[in-house]
Design a protein around this ligand. Structure first.
Ligand code: 6R9
Length: 678
């Protein structure tokens, strides 16, 4: 090992895998940098390496300890795990617990009612802060109001709200009374909302007149009206938060203003414990094809693992930290790490309504400086956007409060990881000072289905590696297996699986137990199939390689889209890249890359393409050189920021482009087509 100028230790690159298995992964696996925690960080860390050993000795007992330490139970459980009817797990059997009481009331009872729970920052610059006592009161009012509208335990409530505190209040009010929330991302269409309302048979919809987007009012209520135009639905009431003050259509008897119902309700409400396996929420997520799956989560196990991971992975010190997860509550990250875990753990968090570039590209960093955010949790797509905008923008702000950085949602390429570390994590003030010990980065792998983080470094324990999520968390049994379900040795790749049940695992797909079994439990015997490709390096650390449908096979060599994207983005001219495997008569699949050049990089046509091909050849090997590289103005992304490779594949294979309705900007595909005609 040797020290380089970044203070990292470098090790020899892990060797490549065996037959047909991973010699094309050299780019990622040549990534030999490692960043051990500083002595100061490790000394003050809330979780130590001992937890791995404890969890390995007796996994259910480890989780039972977490459940009892992190939550206040109305009735203690008698058994940690009942796995007698796989894949249907029961965690903390016989226990009774109330999520809202755990997130709020108990903190007030424990004397921290004056601590700020949420600092809300509206896009136009309006702000509101709620202490734990105030937020608890709002949730009790909402619980009373929803009950008065006929919502009872077990009923479903659709939530179609922007990133405003009322979204969290609504979710927790549902949890308090045992109603099951189904949050539908505010960017989804009326049709998508209706199909989710129908599937879950929701009784109540909670929405807002609208929100703000890039300085302009953006409506929400019209989509609810449209969704409910056709008869045959189950909704009897709609509660509407006044947010942007725009005129709205009103259906007398059905529609109720939040301020007339919730704000007017009593602030007294007694929380009762619900069974540990009582449904907490449904969250729809898209499968590879067909209709969205309503992923079902229950109470005790979900709360335990979200709270534990939030504490362990972010090294949470709730008395002093200010946590900011930038995800919308419409996604699982916004459920687990905005609405639930930070509050259950008694932390102070920031919630921001708008986009990162409104009114200027420094808005996020202004927010970090203003609230002294100490833990920032965001997605690689955001980091790469900031890279594109340039380091001068965050450089104008004092980000010295940041002590842990998180990443989630997709593989993070080493360049973005290093930029995150050096530009955000090392910022020690607006005058360009840098920290001796930049904030550790935790790359967290998990899914809507897993409910909480599953693979991530522990920032006080793990020597982090740029681009790798690395280690299963204590109490989580992850493996990488081959086609036959056999564990692969270190240095080899395969499919990511979970071998043992975990507390926050999905309990099913709403109304479709067969699809639950088929999708996740039929590919390999007695293992959960995540749908992701992964590789173990020579240290046994895990590198995520994207969805298995994104792993290409070129002339019998397995190539990862992520790895080639990573190589492309490591070229100084490239801002973003997306790679697809296009059907090819000779090689099975051929690599086709779509790249966005950096603002200041010249596009010299064929010469640029040649240079980039050679760069990939140099980084990975000739086999990985893209057959075609197309320079485009934008990439098609879903509203959660995931690149829709399916659409790029259509372009690469010369087909008519398929359904593009879930894109954040539906005009992108025509922009791409236009740029390719030039
Ligand atoms: C939390 C969330 C899940 C899929 C998952 C994987 C990808 C998420 C990742 C990651 C590599 C990470 N993914 N985190 N890939 N490294 N740290 O994103 O849930 O929206 O259900 O997506 O996202 O492919 O299978 P969800």
């Amino acid at each position: 090992m040797s020290q380089d100028t970044n203070g990292s230790t470098t090790t020899a690159a892990p060797g490549s895998g065996g037959a047909g298995n991973g010699d094309a992964l050299e780019n990622l696996l040549h990534e030999g940098r490692q960043f051990p925690p500083s002595a100061e960080f490790a000394a003050d860390a809330v979780v130590s390496a001992g937890e791995y050993a404890e969890a390995n000795t007796d996994r259910p007992a480890f989780w039972a300890r977490q459940a009892r330490e992190l939550l206040s139970w109305d009735k203690d459980f008698s058994q940690a795990l009942d796995w007698s009817n796989p894949p249907f797990a029961k965690w903390f059997v016989g226990g009774e617990v109330n999520a809202a009481y755990n997130a709020l009331d108990r903190h007030v009872e424990n004397g921290i009612g004056d601590r700020v729970a949420i600092h809300f920052e509206g896009e136009p610059g309006d702000t509101r802060s709620y202490t734990y006592a105030e937020l608890a009161e709002e949730v009790r009012k909402a619980a009373n109001a929803f009950e008065a509208l006929g919502v009872a335990k077990g009923d479903r409530v659709a939530v179609y709200l922007p990133m405003i505190p009322e979204a969290v209040i609504t979710m927790l009010a549902c949890a308090r009374i045992g109603a099951v929330h189904s949050v539908v991302f505010g960017g989804f269409s009326a049709d998508a909302l209706r199909s989710r309302i129908d599937d879950a048979e929701a009784k109540l919809v909670v929405t807002a007149d609208g929100t703000y987007r890039r300085g302009k009012p953006s409506p929400l209520k019209p989509a609810v009206d449209e969704a409910l135009t056709k008869p045959g639905h189950t909704v009897s009431n709609v509660v509407v938060v006044k947010r942007n003050g725009e005129d709205v259509n009103w259906v007398e008897g059905r529609d109720h203003w939040w301020e007339d119902t919730v704000s007017a309700a009593s602030g007294e409400h007694t929380a009762v414990g619900h069974d540990s396996e009582h449904p907490l929420f449904i969250l729809y997520t898209s499968g590879t094809t067909g209709k969205p799956k309503g992923i079902l989560h229950t109470t005790g196990g979900y709360l335990t693992q979200t709270a534990y991971t939030h504490k362990a992975v972010f090294d949470l010190h709730p008395e002093t930290d200010v946590f900011w997860c930038t995800a919308d509550v419409g996604w699982v990250t916004g459920h687990s790490y905005v609405a639930y875990a930070p509050l259950v753990n008694g932390a102070t968090q920031v919630m921001y309504e708008g986009t990162p570039d409104s009114p200027h590209q420094g808005r996020w960093w202004e927010i970090v400086e203003k609230y002294k955010v100490s833990i920032l949790y965001t997605a690689p797509t955001a980091i790469r956007t900031f890279m594109k905008w340039g380091r001068d923008i965050p450089g104008k702000y004092d980000l010295s409060s940041i002590r842990v950085l998180g990443s989630v949602g997709e593989p993070i390429n080493p360049e973005a990881w290093m930029w995150y570390r050096e530009v955000i994590g090392a910022n020690a003030g607006k005058n360009g000072e840098t920290k001796e010990h930049p904030a550790p980065i935790v790359d967290t792998w998990w899914q809507t289905e897993t409910g909480a983080q599953m693979i991530a470094p522990l920032p006080g324990v793990t020597a982090t590696k740029p681009g790798s999520a690395q280690v299963p968390l204590p109490g989580i049994a992850i493996d990488v297996v081959d086609e036959a379900g056999e564990s692969v040795p270190d240095g080899h790749g395969g499919y990511l699986v979970v071998r043992e049940p975990w507390p926050s695992m999905l309990r099913g797909i709403w109304g479709d137990p067969e699809r639950f079994k088929d999708t996740y439990w039929s590919r390999f015997e007695a293992m959960y199939f995540a749908g992701d490709g992964a590789k173990k390096d020579e240290d046994g650390d895990i590198w995520l390689l994207g969805r298995v449908d994104d792993v290409m096979n070129v002339s019998g060599h397995r190539l990862s889209t992520t790895e080639i994207e990573s190589a492309l983005v490591s070229h100084p001219s490239v801002a973003e890249a997306a790679v697809v495997g296009a059907a090819d008569e000779t090689t099975g699949q051929a690599v086709v890359a779509f790249v966005i050049l950096r603002g200041d990089a010249p596009n010299n046509g064929d010469a640029t393409v040649l240079e980039l091909r050679n760069h990939v050849g140099k980084e990975i090997g000739p086999i990985a050189k893209p057959k075609h590289i197309l320079v485009v103005p934008e990439l098609p992304k879903t509203r959660s920021g995931k690149i829709m490779r399916r659409l790029l594949k259509d372009v690469a294979e010369g087909r008519e482009v398929g359904d593009a309705t879930t894109l954040s900007d539906p005009t992108i595909m025509s922009q791409i087509a236009e740029s390719l005609r030039k």
